[in-house]
Design a protein around this ligand. Structure first.
Ligand SMILES: NC(=O)c1ccc[n+]([C@@H]2O[C@H](COP(=O)([O-])OP(=O)(O)OC[C@H]3O[C@@H](n4cnc5c(N)ncnc54)[C@H](OP(=O)(O)O)[C@@H]3O)[C@@H](O)[C@H]2O)c1
Length: 218
């Protein structure tokens, strides 16, 4: 891969978190802004350069945070690093229900309908109640840091990314732009009420027409 802007060299060093705690969100988009193809899955738009960086960011992370919608749609299994599902309803995605204790954490709210069931499935220590009605995402970041997870990767999806931006919790956005246009009515990589968050381009990597950007908040 060729670095167009930012430090040259080993991608692992190029993508290293500049400090901890650090929370980054990694997403993929077509050139016309779609977060998925017609199938509704990211597999319909991502490609080898994107998967390369996707895997690298997972390797670098202490834990992966994911919205429950993405975990359900994409069929997330428990990952190699602890996986933190954000769910207002406290619904544990199906493939994560039999995970070994501590491999899956759930971040939810006090009024969540599924709270007790989630505690039974995951263990009470692994269910983080962060607010009464809205998940306090800054509180989530701190709770993960308190557990020793300083390098935090979020893999979306669009609702969760929008809320992380709204609450000022994301330090970095990584986005792959694949050289395709798909039209249709698919979501963008953010979804929800407007936010306005300035970003500073840190790194731009190119391979085979795919652009992999790394922006810092602010
Ligand atoms: N292009 C990309 O890089 C990318 C990345 C990820 C996903 N996707 C795609 O995006 C689609 C899924 O979109 P989505 O908007 O449903 O994804 P999402 O943000 O992962 O899921 C929304 C659900 O997650 C939970 N959630 C999200 N933010 C929350 C918050 N702040 N507080 C509490 N709960 C929160 C809620 O779950 P409950 O309903 O359980 O309360 C909500 O209904 C899929 O098609 C997926 O393939 C694309």
């Amino acid at each position: 891969m060729r670095t167009l802007i930012g430090p040259e060299g080993d991608l692992r060093k190029v993508y290293a978190a500049p400090e901890t705690p650090w929370l980054r969100v990694n997403m993929v988009s077509t050139i016309d802004g779609a977060a998925t193809g017609e199938s509704g899955l990211t597999a319909s738009i991502n490609n080898e350069p994107d998967q390369h960086v996707f895997r690298l960011l997972r390797e670098l992370a202490d834990c992966v945070v994911v919205g429950a919608g993405t975990a359900r749609t994409e069929g997330y299994p428990p990952l190699d690093v602890p996986t933190v599902v954000v769910s207002r309803s406290a619904s544990v995605p199906e493939k994560m229900r039999d995970a070994d204790p501590g491999r899956v954490l759930l971040a939810t709210v006090g009024v969540a309908a599924g709270l007790e069931a989630a505690r039974d499935l995951l263990g009470a220590d692994n269910v983080l109640v962060l607010g009464s009605y809205r998940v306090d995402l800054a509180g989530l970041k701190q709770a993960l840091v308190d557990r020793g997870f300083g390098d935090i990767l979020c893999e979306g999806g669009p609702h969760l990314l929008r809320d992380l931006l709204d609450q000022g919790v994301a330090d970095e956005l990584d986005c792959t732009f694949v050289p395709r246009m798909v039209a249709g009515v698919q979501s963008r990589i953010t979804h929800g009420p407007p936010v306005d968050v300035p970003l500073t381009l840190q790194t731009l990597v190119e391979q085979d027409g795919t652009l992999l950007g790394r922006w810092f908040a602010g």
